[in-house]
Design a protein around this ligand. Structure first.
Ligand code: GLN
Length: 357
């Protein structure tokens, strides 16, 4: 697979190649006028990424998460933006290889593992797929619904989902979890040990959630070990480059567009993206969807991904968060990029022209 956009400097003008180069025709009007089609498409994506990066680089809003002590130590000015297309082209800007802990974004990949292995019905019946509309670590949401209808993108649903990961032992389950994360990223990922230890020492609230779920018979493995597995998955280190490739793997129906490896099936991805759309940014998921139309997922480490199905994945790393726990710069950058690329799937140009009356 050719990953260097400059190698695409060929004089082709057919609309078909054009669409492939642009990830199904984004920005088509802008690039139509030149002969160096795919290279211009590359420039367009890079230009849009660079512009959003520059616009928000010095924004000082938001604050690192500090309820996990180690997260308060991460440099607040870390800032990386990565866009990866379904044909494996990559557009990066900033600190794209500086790792942060993946945190809640791991919920997406643990969910993908469980849907792939147990089927979508298992998650719908045993966890739930409705948005709670509450903060990500809400206990009242669990209590109100007596453990039912809790979304895999918020902590209770995520811990229940992790408890469903296949494997008889902690090690087998962990291998399944780290395996899917690494395959999605296309390289072996590692755990950030200080972050893991820091959260493991302070995660009494998540332990309480796991025990409350157990009381309602909605935990499917040992609650203490499941919470620990979940805590460890949240401490997996990723840069925006990794997250961009992981998001692009979802955009590409479960095949990593850089390595070519099939990680999960397109049918698994379709359910994962739907869950992300309902609660990927917790209680601000409605605002997010209103502005992007894309399934997204944030983490309190400062990562944020969005998936434009069949086109591209985009990721931002920037630790300062807003009150809902979502990266401030991450949201601004992705709003801008989606808008510039007209990538909101709900934005449709009519196929049949309006009839003049
Ligand atoms: N590990 C974090 C927690 O459980 C993840 C939360 C998040 O990223 N929103 O609290």
């Amino acid at each position: 697979m050719n990953m260097n956009p400059m190698n695409h400097l060929t004089k082709r003008t057919t609309l078909g190649l054009f669409a492939i180069a642009l990830g199904s025709g984004l920005c088509a009007q802008k690039t139509m006028k030149t002969a160096t089609v795919a290279a211009d498409a590359g420039k367009d994506y890079q230009t849009v990424v660079d512009a959003a990066y520059t616009k928000y680089k010095d924004l000082k809003e938001g604050k690192n998460a500090d309820y996990i002590p180690a997260l308060a130590q991460v440099p607040s000015d870390l800032f990386g933006v990565s866009l990866v297309t379904v044909d494996g082209k990559q557009y990066h800007k900033g600190d794209v290889d500086s790792p942060v802990s993946i945190q809640s974004i791991s919920k997406v990949f643990a969910l993908a593992r469980v849907i792939e292995d147990e089927g979508p019905k298992a998650v719908q019946d045993k966890v739930g797929v409705d948005a709670t509309g509450e903060v990500f670590n809400s206990i009242t949401a669990v209590e109100r619904m007596r453990g039912k209808e809790i979304n895999p993108c918020v902590n209770p649903g995520a811990i229940a989902t992790t408890s469903l990961v296949r494997g008889k032992t902690y090690e087998e389950k962990w291998n399944a979890i780290i395996g899917i994360h690494s395959d999605m990223a296309g390289r072996p990922l590692q755990v950030n040990q200080p972050v893991y230890e820091s959260e493991a020492a302070t995660n009494q609230r998540n332990q309480a959630i796991a025990h409350l779920l157990l009381a309602y018979e909605r935990m499917y493995w040992d609650p203490v070990k499941s919470t620990d597995l979940y805590t460890k998955q949240c401490a997996i280190n990723v840069g925006s480059r990794d997250l961009g490739i992981m998001a692009a793997t979802l955009a590409n129906g479960g095949v990593n567009p850089v390595t070519g490896k099939r990680v999960v099936s397109p049918e698994t991805v379709e359910h994962v993206l739907a869950v992300m759309a309902t609660a990927g940014l917790y209680d601000d998921s409605g605002i997010w969807l209103y502005n992007t139309g894309l399934p997204g997922k944030s983490g309190v480490g400062g990562g944020l991904i969005a998936v434009c199905p069949g086109k591209f994945g985009i990721a931002v790393v920037s630790p300062p968060l807003d009150a809902a726990g979502n990266s401030v710069k991450g949201q601004r950058v992705i709003y801008d990029v989606v808008n510039e690329l007209k990538a909101n799937p709900y934005l449709v140009q009519p196929k049949v022209p309006a009839v003049k009356k």
